[in-house]
Write a protein that binds this ligand. Structure first.
Ligand code: KIV
Ligand code: ZN
Length: 522
């Protein structure tokens, strides 16, 4: 049997995903996610945009130093300063890559005010510069799917001649259609001299819900690298979801005869971790990783699945690392049992983290009759998002609510290590508690989204709360879980404020390389 062609998986959760408004991750969180991606077998990790901020530079550098098998890539605009900075960060990797890009469609060419010839020259100069630094160079014509075909062929040829080893074809605004996506790759392979010597990549956004289909269509036409993110995280409607393309190639290998190096049993854990650290909940009916993706509610479906799982299931939950929804443990379970259970769920915690989670598990088991896998997952996620080093911490909260007002909250916040207390009233307990936070820590942020969902069934279930705040165009999302919905709400609110503070520091005007958005590049 002939060996199936290998499709490289390029994960950009930490770059395009993190660029999604509100999805800021801390340094430690980025290192953790990169480690998990590396272990899962991702071929290339796009770890960040090194010139965008000191924080991005530090994260890409550290990820490059720690990577075991993945190639580590950084993003750079089409100028020498960006490319040099990118190289400074990725050069520590066992296998580094520079990814440089410029917008080539008529709309994007108008921004730097370059005519076609001037842009072609810029592409030649910057790709050559990158190639002088690094053997592995990726070049992207941003908005390729809206670029004139003749011009696209011309600039792709220039980039290949200048030394690009991967040419990425981005559907930056999620505009293309599967048939068109395939035709574009086929056209480039046919018309561009030297195209057969490099790897073509596909990078799709999901604005019309076609990112997965467009990516797979490009592969059928000859692309051999898919750029994607965990949970489809990304700007607007997101990027191609890694779990969807990987599982599609596995489940429909009869018509998509390609292999990847991904250990699919790690998918579920990565999905949970990315959701927790980005603060973006996964929609219940999300393909592959949604809470309902393997649930069979109707009697007919349940009966069919019990008789033969293939009746209504095209893949097994174990294939993505989803264990059965077990009754986990009770208040008498010990530390070793907790460690074993967490390992089964994909979490390998250091001793000090395990101790913290154990204390919280005991407290939860005291309050809640039955502790399920989902409870433990929420608990670990909460432990990871709410850090003891956070600038703001909820120390104590007491609320009065009911049919007779006023609803009152007494709150003690630890702000930069010092305790501050106050009382506040509001329209309900959550409103009163949020008002108390605002009194202790006045800020300009606007509450955009407040969302509560139950982790498991029953009135004693933990609530997961997600809060999104915005201030001066910066967005931050916070989350928390607790059996007390008001406590979870205040912690999620404070978590979002902490993230906003980090984001502001990252983009402070006095920083040498202040906020750069690739969209206003060039
Ligand atoms: O969507 C896009 O065009 C990008 C490029 C930087 C590759 O993310
Ligand atoms: Zn993108």
């Amino acid at each position: 049997m002939t060996e199936q062609p290998r499709v490289l998986i390029f994960d950009t959760t930490l770059r395009d995903g993190e660029q999604s408004p509100g999805a800021t991750m801390t340094h430690e969180e980025k290192l953790e996610i990169a480690g998990l991606l590396d272990e899962m077998g991702v071929d290339i990790i796009e770890a960040g945009f090194p010139i965008a901020s000191e924080g991005d530079f530090a994260a890409v550098t550290e990820i490059a130093k720690r990577a075991k098998t993945s190639t580590i890539c950084g993003l750079a605009r089409a100028n020498f300063k960006d490319i040099d900075r990118c190289w400074e960060a990725v050069k520590h990797a066992r296998s580094p890559r520079i990814h440089t890009f410029i917008g080539t469609s008529p709309l994007h060419r108008a921004i730097p005010n370059l005519d076609m010839d001037q842009m072609a020259e810029r592409i030649h100069d910057t790709v050559s510069h990158a190639r002088n630094l690094c053997d592995n160079v990726q070049w992207s014509p941003m908005d390729a799917t809206r670029t004139e075909h003749d011009y696209l062929c011309r600039v792709v040829e220039i980039a290949i001649k200048a030394g690009a080893t991967t040419i990425n074809i981005p559907d930056t605004v999620g505009y293309t259609y599967p048939f068109e996506s395939a035709k574009l790759i086929a056209m480039l392979l046919e018309r561009v001299p030297g195209a057969d010597a490099i790897t073509f990549a596909t990078h799709c956004h999901n604005d019309l819900g076609m990112a997965t289909a467009n990516s797979l269509a490009a592969v059928e036409a000859g692309a051999r690298q898919i750029e994607c993110t965990i949970n489809g995280l990304g700007e607007r409607a997101g990027n191609t979801a890694l779990e969807e393309v990987v599982m599609a190639m596995r489940v429909r290998n009869d018509i998509l005869p390609y292999k990847t190096g991904i250990d699919t049993t790690k998918i579920m854990n990565l999905s949970r971790r990315v959701s927790a650290v980005s603060g973006f909940p996964v929609q219940f009916n999300k393909a592959i990783v949604g809470k309902n993706a393997f649930l069979h509610e109707s009697g007919i479906h349940q009966d069919g699945v019990l008789k033969n799982v293939e009746t209504f299931e095209i893949m097994r939950p174990e294939h993505i690392g989803l264990t059965q929804k077990n009754l986990t443990m009770g208040k008498h379970s010990g530390r070793a049992a907790l460690r074993a259970k967490l390992k089964e769920l994909g979490f390998e915690l250091a001793d000090n983290q395990l101790n913290d989670v154990f204390v919280r598990f005991k407290a939860l088991a005291d309050r809640k009759k039955e502790v399920y896998d989902d409870d433990l997952i929420a608990l670990v996620a909460d432990e990871a998002t709410n850090d003891e080093h956070d600038f703001l911490q909820v120390k104590r909260l007491r609320v009065v609510c009911g049919t007779e007002g006023p609803r009152e909250a007494e709150l003690t916040l630890t702000i930069d290590g010092v305790d501050h207390s106050t009382d506040a009233t509001g329209d309900g307990p959550v409103d009163a508690a949020f008002n108390a936070v605002d009194e202790l820590f006045p800020h300009e942020a606007k509450l955009e989204i407040y969302q509560v969902s139950a982790v498991t069934e029953g009135t004693d279930a933990q609530a997961t709360v997600s809060v999104r705040l915005s201030e001066d165009g910066r967005i931050a999302t916070g989350s928390s879980a607790d059996t007390d919905t008001v406590v979870a709400s205040v912690k999620a609110y404070v978590n979002a404020l902490n993230r906003l503070i980090v984001r502001k520091q990252k983009t402070a005007p006095d920083s040498d390389v202040k906020q750069v958005n690739y969209k206003d590049a060039h």
